[in-house]
Ligand binder design. Structure first.
Ligand SMILES: *[C@@H]1O[C@H](CO)[C@@H](O)[C@H](O)[C@H]1NC(C)=O
Ligand SMILES: *[C@@H]1O[C@H](CO)[C@@H](O)[C@H](O)[C@H]1NC(C)=O
Ligand SMILES: *[C@@H]1O[C@H](CO)[C@@H](O)[C@H](O)[C@H]1NC(C)=O
Ligand SMILES: *[C@@H]1O[C@H](CO)[C@@H](O)[C@H](O)[C@H]1NC(C)=O
Ligand SMILES: *[C@@H]1O[C@H](CO)[C@@H](O)[C@H](O)[C@H]1NC(C)=O
Length: 398
């Protein structure tokens, strides 16, 4: 008889709990909030996703020292260092979605599915973190093809689904609510999203506007460049990476300007992240939501400290160290394969003998002035591939 009472109480308790979970009201949700730390800070739990700034990596998968690479550390390290927006560019190769920069013959980092499973592992190991994935889809691959890769990585259930194809900046939930609901991955796609087919692959330009990308000017004015909504009510992404251009067989190619990298990723002064963000705030009267950079590790903690200050939280305590690929030149480096992030590297994009300064920086001026010094083995293959993309401008650094 004695143990029937606890059983009875347990039954009542579990029924009550279930009914609250099944029929949450606004106040129940408030009472049930569990997350006490959100993206590393208690203060961020009550902030809406639309009110937070996230630091992001442009071509997050393109890790190494080859000409079309943009990052020095792999994605797991990027996330451990505090990167919370990952941008990827996808291409269809042998019926499979691959991560390639511009063309898979130029730069290839293997299947999206491998990348997504790395991301999934990290998210599961870090249950109070929210990460955004921005997919650049130049081949206009269908969202359902992407969906299959998300399902197999277990990311479909972690992905946030908005109420409709476009929501305004103030409709985004708080980080705390997203963490409590287990919806910790936000996925945007630039072109070809389809809310009816895969609702968690969110149309970027109805929800986010971008300023210019692949810019070769250090002005970073933060004026609107791509949007299909209203910049006043959508999220804001600023592309804060600097390119230089060179011409290969009449094709204009954009490459990361490493010679100015430490300026581009610094806190203050002309061309810096700090100045770029100030330009955004002056123009739009609010902080950008996403700051996308190349070689995020070039300036230690500087970009992370800056974003922390935008969010009104303490600087992170970890120390970001600079990868050899970031500090080194953009030439060669078969050692890139040593990072384990490369797959199916065709080897066609290895430029050797590029002019470098004594510091190991690529000298952009000598590259532009003498493109012949950009010696790429299997150069003909590269040029044909670039031509084969049928793009008037092959944006290597998009
Ligand atoms: C978001 O920011 C706006 C403007 O500063 C503010 O009015 C609003 O209360 C904030 N909401 C949340 C949930 O962070
Ligand atoms: C957007 O940026 C691209 C590349 O930087 C530039 O060529 C284009 O003119 C810009 N378009 C607008 C509308 O600002
Ligand atoms: C690259 O060159 C710039 C000057 O253009 C310099 O400030 C920077 O320290 C150099 N970077 C490295 C890694 O040597
Ligand atoms: C730059 O490239 C040259 C070969 O072109 C190589 O010998 C040198 O070690 C590289 N420098 C750095 C810092 O990686
Ligand atoms: C990512 O880089 C870290 C070191 O920065 C390394 O320990 C880890 O094995 C790498 N992961 C993969 C999948 O290559």
């Amino acid at each position: 008889m004695r143990f029937l009472i606890p059983l009875f109480l347990a039954a009542i308790t579990s029924t009550a709990t279930r009914s609250i979970l099944a029929h949450p009201t606004q106040s129940d949700n408030q009472n049930q909030r569990r997350a006490t730390t959100c993206n590393g800070h208690a203060e961020l739990c009550d902030k809406s996703y639309g009110n937070v700034t996230f630091l992001g990596t442009h071509n997050s998968y393109a890790v190494g020292g080859e000409v079309a690479d943009n990052q020095g550390w792999n994605v797991t390290r990027q996330l451990n260092d505090g990167i919370r927006l990952l941008q990827v560019q996808t291409h269809l190769l042998n019926q499979q979605i691959n991560l390639c920069h511009s063309s898979c013959s130029l730069q290839s980092s293997g299947p999206l599915s491998t990348y997504l499973s790395t991301l999934s592992t990290w998210l599961l190991a870090n249950p109070t973190e929210i990460v955004t994935l921005l997919i650049t889809n130049p081949d206009t691959i269908s969202p359902s093809t992407f969906g299959a890769d998300f399902v197999s990585a277990g990311l479909d259930s972690l992905a946030y689904t908005p109420a409709s194809t476009a929501i305004s900046r103030d409709e985004w939930p708080t980080l705390g609510a997203m963490i409590d609901q287990g919806k910790r991955l936000v996925v945007f796609m630039d072109y070809n999203a389809d809310f009816g087919a895969v609702p968690y692959i969110i149309d970027e330009f109805s929800n986010v506007f971008e300023d210019a990308y692949d810019t070769t000017s250090q002005d970073f004015p933060c004026t609107v460049n791509r949007t299909s909504g209203s910049p006043e009510t959508t999220l804001m992404l600023t592309n804060h990476y600097l390119d230089y251009t060179t011409t290969i067989f009449g094709i204009q190619v954009f490459l990361s300007d490493k010679s100015k990298l430490t300026t581009t990723n610094s806190a203050t002064g002309y061309g810096s992240i700090g100045q770029g963000v100030t330009n955004c705030v002056d123009q739009w009267k609010r902080n950008p939501n996403f700051v996308l950079v190349d070689w995020y590790d070039s300036n230690g903690n500087t970009p992370f400290d800056l974003v922390a200050s935008l969010n009104g939280v303490a600087s992170p305590s970890n120390t970001v160290t600079t990868s050899q690929f970031t500090s080194g030149n953009s030439t060669s480096s078969s050692s890139a394969s040593g990072t384990g992030t490369k797959a199916a590297s065709s080897g066609t994009a290895k430029a050797t003998g590029t002019a470098t300064s004594s510091s190991g920086n690529v000298s952009s001026s000598s590259l532009s002035a003498a493109p012949a010094s950009l010696r790429i083995p299997a150069f003909g293959t590269l040029a044909l591939t670039l031509l084969g993309t049928a793009l008037g401008v092959a944006c290597v650094a998009v």
